[in-house]
Write a protein that binds this ligand. Structure first.
Ligand code: SF4
Length: 175
């Protein structure tokens, strides 16, 4: 069986060469059209506010806001900043009647999810969580849990494309 292509890149030394090419690019930076030749390896900050590592700004945009607007929800989350999730839900017009925080990356047990679903029913609310949490809910409960779907909206998507295009092979074209 063929091994994954990333292992070929690693073993052939191609990956190391690409990293070296990136470092060279950052030493006299021409990553964006400003081409200011800033030495980002020294963490010198230019107009882009990026030092050694690029900083690309983005927001998370709710995709299914209408599902929650005006509805009662029991919100729960096991993420770094659950308050942000609750604020997003409230901002969409959801009435949060209960909220439950769990540790980041928490794997929900059957008993925990059963308890949350029962609590939501008692409050006349819908249990809702993040997409990141939903995949950590035992499979048989997933149909009972609403998910606030979000998508990344890059502030400058062309910067991201430009950055990636320098290090990724061009997509294959099919005749
Ligand atoms: S990405 Fe930043 S450091 Fe690089 S050329 Fe543009 S402004 Fe200069």
């Amino acid at each position: 069986m063929n091994q994954p292509s990333y292992l070929n890149l690693l073993e052939s030394g191609e990956l190391a060469m690409r990293v070296a090419a990136l470092e060279l690019l950052l030493e006299r930076c021409t990553v964006c059209p400003k081409e200011c030749l800033n030495n980002r390896l020294n963490n010198e900050i230019a107009a882009c506010y990026s030092g050694r590592l690029p900083i690309l700004h983005a927001t998370l945009e709710p995709q299914n806001a209408a599902e929650f607007a005006g509805g009662k929800v029991l919100a729960f989350a096991g993420i770094g900043r659950p308050a942000k999730f609750y604020a997003t839900l409230a901002g969409l017009g959801a009435e949060i009647v209960a909220r439950h925080d769990f540790p980041d990356h928490h794997r929900y047990s059957e008993a925990e999810i059963g308890g949350l679903v029962a609590a939501a029913q008692a409050l006349g609310a819908r249990p809702v969580t993040t997409a990141k949490d939903w995949v950590r809910v035992p499979e048989r409960w997933r149909g009972e849990i609403g998910v606030l779907a979000v998508a990344i909206a890059w502030r400058e998507p062309e910067r991201l494309s430009d950055l990636l295009s320098r290090f990724l092979p061009a997509p294959a074209t099919h005749a």
